[in-house]
Design a protein around this ligand. Structure first.
Ligand code: HAM
Length: 421
């Protein structure tokens, strides 16, 4: 069998316990933030029919970035590249039963066939959080407040990260008027603006020329995007006025943020690290008012939300030196065995601890030397090591060593229990 058969598939990720524990820590921060605002958790299948995304998500995403699975019945399925179309499908299926507004969040795995690089992979996690059923600045402000709260909870300040936002509807009016664009030209320009930060200015201008824009339009564009007039989007101004004062500094209006996904209809936003060398958005989202109807819904159910991936934020955290080192061992107590004939006593003690909801680990090799057992305990980050020799057994005591302080004492099993529980 070829050697590669046993390697991780390119772009897929193995999570050893230390990394997985940090993943869980991060997902808990996300989900707890959602809970703070009253968002319920849900999940959707990882395989969806490709038609769910056609003409809604993004052509690039579908043509170049999906993992396609052909099922035996001939349907073209994809490993979900994002959650928003699935969310819309779930809502449409129960649109007459659900009570709106819905506040829903989800943590799960996604796949995109991209070139693996720093902060970007083919398999990644996203926290999605969405508010469905209200189209108002109040709803937009709630979602943006959640986004900034996550950063605040993670100890990230507005000098580290900026949430850049715009309004697609206002942008269409503004650019169409100023540059005399028709609907199709505007659509083409919007897709081009999404790439503006990734391209050299000259190359970008040449590209616009190839796309059929005039020299006048091309030369006017940079200044139009750089300085939006104060009344660019009264709705965006109202939204920002509803953000708590201590979070306001996280936000900047930036007309270069348009988002690559087709379903956005109004507010669009992305978070970008200000200091980092990372050329990736930390999260992205926006308002999508037509998606449920596009997939067959009868009701008008406007939505707003965003998704934050795990990979870019981890890279960013590493750069800021904020990645916590978390012990992946859930048990802090290692119960040694003194000799084969006292094995049962150690087993009884560990069972006593577990019955009382204390996580505890037992040495399973009755012949292993005590020194080796201590070595194992220290390598595996146990805080306490317990020795139960003949003398301790006779006196109904245990010897407890704290590996962090080196302190050692003789105590009863009940005292041990009150110490560690
Ligand atoms: P998106 O901008 O395509 O939006 O993805 C959101 C976030 O997912 C990105 O900012 C990034 O953190 C992460 N992400 C995306 N692709 C990758 C990748 N290949 N590797 C690592 N991380 C990645 C959406 O997915 C929308 N559905 C978000 C949304 C929810 N809009 C409304 N509600």
């Amino acid at each position: 069998m070829a050697k590669n058969t046993y390697k991780t598939v390119k772009g897929m990720r193995d999570f050893y316990p230390e990394i997985w524990t940090t993943q869980l820590w991060l997902s808990n921060i996300f989900l707890n933030t959602g809970r703070l605002f009253g968002y319920s958790e849900y999940e959707a299948p990882v395989l969806e029919n490709i038609n769910l995304y056609l003409d809604k998500s993004s052509q690039e995403l579908l043509e170049k970035q999906t993992f396609i699975v052909n099922d035996r019945g001939g349907d073209r399925l994809v490993l979900r590249p994002e959650l928003t179309p699935s969310l819309a499908r779930l809502i449409v299926a129960q649109e007459n039963e659900l009570s709106f507004p819905l506040r829903w969040q989800s943590w799960g795995r996604f796949w995109r066939y991209e070139q693996p690089q720093r902060g970007r992979g083919r398999e990644f996690f996203q926290w999605n959080i969405d508010l469905i059923g209200i189209d108002s600045p109040e709803a937009d402000a709630e979602i943006l407040t959640i986004a900034a709260t996550v950063f605040q909870t993670l100890g990230i300040s507005p000098s580290d990260v900026q949430i850049r936002l715009s309004d697609r509807q206002a942008l269409q009016k503004y650019l169409s008027e100023k540059l005399s664009l028709d609907q199709n030209q505007y659509k083409t320009l919007l897709q081009a603006i999404d790439k503006i930060d990734k391209m050299d200015t000259k190359v970008f201008a040449e590209w616009l020329q190839d796309l059929g824009f005039s020299q006048k339009q091309i030369s006017q564009l940079p200044s139009l995007l750089a300085k939006p007039p104060a009344n660019f989007s009264p709705r965006l101004n109202t939204t920002l006025s509803l953000i708590p004062n201590d979070l306001k500094d996280f936000f900047t209006i930036d007309l270069k943020i348009v988002r690559g996904l087709d379903y956005y209809t109004g507010l669009v936003f992305e978070a970008w690290a200000t200091t980092s060398t990372l050329k990736r958005a930390l999260f992205g989202g926006g308002r999508y008012n037509n998606l449920t109807q596009q997939i067959g819904g009868q009701k008008n159910l406007p939505g707003v939300g965003f998704a934050i991936g795990d990979m870019a934020i981890f890279e960013f955290f590493k750069e800021l030196n904020k990645l916590p080192s978390i012990n992946s061992n859930p048990s802090s107590i290692f119960v040694t065995t003194f000799s084969p004939d006292t094995y049962q006593n150690s087993l009884d003690l560990v069972n006593f601890l577990r019955k009382n909801q204390v996580n505890a680990t037992l040495n399973l090799d009755p012949n292993l030397k005590l020194g080796q057992q201590f070595k194992y305990a220290s390598k595996n980050n146990f805080q306490y090591v317990i020795v139960l020799g003949p003398e301790e057994i006779d006196n109904n005591q245990v010897s407890l060593k704290n590996l962090d302080t080196g302190e050692q004492k003789l105590i009863s099993p009940d005292q041990l229990l009150s110490l560690v529980s």
